[in-house]
Design a protein around this ligand. Sequence first.
Ligand code: CP
Length: 295
Amino acid sequence: MQKHLISVINLNKEDLKELKTLYEDFRRGRRENLDGDIALLFLESSTRTRLSFEKACRLLGLKTYYIGRGESSMEKGESFLDTLKTLKALGFKGIIFRVPFVLFPYDNLLIDGISLINAGDGTHQHPTQALIDLFTAMEVFGFVEGLRVVYVGDIAHSRVFRSGAHLFKLFGARIGVCGPKTLIPSDLSPFGVEEVFKSVEEALEWADLPIWLRLQEERFKENYIPSKESYFMQFGLTKDRHEKIRGYFMHPGPANLYVDIDAEVLYSEKSLVLKQVENGLFVRMAVLYWVLRDG
Ligand code: CP
């Protein structure tokens, strides 16, 4: 049966263990040669996800074809499903997509003959970022069971939070959130959140691993914050707060300087930001191999 990776909800612990082993193997230099053509449909901007997927494809012997914003016939009204059927008819084995809309429900999109790999859909899912954050935490801390992970910032618009919290929870981590009231979803129960912090200081006292999120102004439908300056003072990673971090922090990138984070601490000794990027290549090799090897 055709394999896909659209949502982390569909991954069980066995899948995750297999993906982690593949990730570690590819990190150690495992080589594989998959044959076929892959379309990268990126209707939203991206640096790290797009290039690491593209590089991962090439390292696995897959040919890549990029189609960016303003270039696909979806801009002329073609549906996502018809785009998939068109790519399948052209002989593509898989499609890696980043889209500004939420792909849910998606059962009708699972057509035979073409695999779907989600590189970020609206505020819904970013499965490979979640895998990066989980595997990086496992590597750095040596465990995830009982690890206290707090997401800070724009929780409401974050596909990184929605997918990451689910995976961390599956491995027994405890989840907290901290951000402006206007940027915290009213129902946090699907994500296993047990703590909602009013202040970053309280959150940092509790957390082993704070994960700062980007303020996603491009998704704002109204003004959710008084100003970027006040947001940074209240919820940003300032130098003072950086002092209080006991171990490490993450940010999926791209980071908005002096909105999410002070430029002087972005790449500090406590920062896992570039490690997340580095690990992204091997996570994406693992995902591509896992999805496509039997196709
Ligand atoms: N973290 C992430 O998705 O970054 P890009 O938007 O640069 O791909």
